[in-house]
Design a protein around this ligand. Structure first.
Ligand SMILES: Cc1ncc(COP(=O)(O)O)c(C=O)c1O
Length: 395
């Protein structure tokens, strides 16, 4: 039986039509399938491989850690050097109030932990989130997801959740002294790259401060340089009370985190003790890989080029079938008339060796979130193939 059939028979599936490409190697911005066919990777594992696949510094750090130890004890009991070194480096690159890192095993778990921390710290229960937001697939994170389509089959979900419209100034009045936290993506990714309006995030920050509500910004997808600054919130002049990290945090290994001020974070240590616990959060190999990737991101000054590469993509993505291009750094949504058209284009591009997909809440938009160091030559090749595919649709 071939690999594809074994995959379909024995690996849990998430849809009735998985892509089923059998990728056997990935390096830099390229991937290869079992037949030796090459793909330019335009989605970087959905914003995970920000410094590309298998950067030598990351591979080296993983190998070194393998020689010391793998898992030794559930998270939080032992001093583990990779966790400490990475937490120090992360907090050195964050505002001073974000000085304590709680490691998790995934982005969804970071959302869960932050929601619990906010409830515990404020002694309030209401949580506010936004329509078309994605914060993960576990039940707490699903409860604040901004889409009835994905929620309805799993109700009842968490009580006390209120959903507002992103970028709506008036609705911020719904944040009150009852609200434990507001959870927002700094830039809504799965909405098809929805950027906050000038001053809206500031107004959100102000309302949270006035009501004693914790502001949780989710940078699981948009952090680590994706939008052209190390953290997206820097471009809006706000500082969250809790920051959610994941995806690129682990440099290609599984890792998530929520980051807060030590005083806030300490409320998880008592009443009850062990307020949030996990086995694999901050896995030493993931922390070693993430730290190495973070150093590469900064040392190779990859973020400096993000806005130029965004401009290059935008200059080459012009075609009558393209309705709109939403972008913020190297988070780009190319909008077509409907999902069916987009899906045909995506399939044709994959056939042509360009790996891409669509957005959860913008299924008519093609996703471009490549490694941040994608060479300009690959951008030109990818955009030419996109335009060629679109031209073929016109005839
Ligand atoms: C903005 C955002 N938050 C949270 C998550 C959940 O992270 P994970 O899939 O690691 O649980 C994702 C994943 O796509 C995300 O994009």
């Amino acid at each position: 039986m071939n690999q594809r059939q074994l995959f379909l028979d024995h690996v849990g599936q998430t849809s009735e039509a998985p892509l089923c490409l059998n990728i056997v190697k990935a390096e830099g911005t390229k991937m290869w399938d079992a037949d030796g066919k090459e793909y330019i990777d335009l989605i970087a594992g959905i914003s995970v491989c920000n410094i590309g696949h298998r950067h030598p510094a990351v591979i080296d750090a993983i190998k070194k850690q393998l020689d010391d130890y793998l898992h030794i004890m559930v998270y939080g009991e032992l001093v583990e050097n990779p966790q400490v070194a990475y937490a120090k480096m992360l907090t050195d690159h964050l505002p001073s109030s974000l000085n304590s890192v709680f490691y998790t095993a995934s982005g969804s778990e970071a959302t869960e932990g932050a929601m619990k921390l906010a409830k515990r710290f404020t002694n309030r229960t209401q949580i506010i989130s936004f329509k078309n937001s994605y914060h993960g697939s576990t039940q707490g994170a699903l409860s604040i997801m901004g889409s009835e389509y994905w929620q309805q089959a799993f109700r009842p979900l968490l009580p006390g959740i209120v959903q507002l419209n992103y970028n709506n100034f008036e609705e911020l009045e719904n944040i009150t002294e009852q609200t434990a936290c507001v959870v927002a993506e700094t830039v809504q990714a799965e909405a098809g790259v929805n950027v906050p309006l000038n001053d809206w995030l500031k107004a959100l920050r102000k309302r949270c401060t006035e009501t004693g509500t914790l502001l949780v910004l989710d940078e699981i997808q948009c952090g680590f340089g994706r939008n052209g600054s190390l953290w997206a919130f820097e471009q809006f002049d706000v500082v969250p009370d809790i920051l959610l990290l994941g995806k690129a945090l682990g440099g290609g290994m599984p890792l998530g985190a929520f980051v807060a001020d030590k005083k806030t974070m300490n409320s998880l240590t008592h009443d009850p003790v062990l307020g949030h616990i996990n086995t694999f959060g901050g896995h030493p190999v993931s922390c070693a890989a993430g730290l190495a990737a973070f150093k590469v991101l900064l040392q190779e000054k990859m973020i400096d080029e993000v806005k130029n590469k965004e401009k290059l993509f935008r200059s080459l993505l012009s075609h009558p079938l393209i309705k709109n291009v939403n972008s913020f750094g190297l988070m780009i949504a190319v909008e077509f008339s409907d999902f069916e058209t987009n899906k045909k284009i995506i399939d044709a591009l994959i056939e042509q060796g360009i790996f891409t997909d669509w957005f959860l809440f913008a299924s008519n938009s093609l996703r471009i979130v490549p490694p941040l160091n994608i060479p300009d030559a690959d951008i030109s090749i990818a955009c030419k193939k996109i335009v060629d595919v679109l031209n073929a649709f016109l005839v």
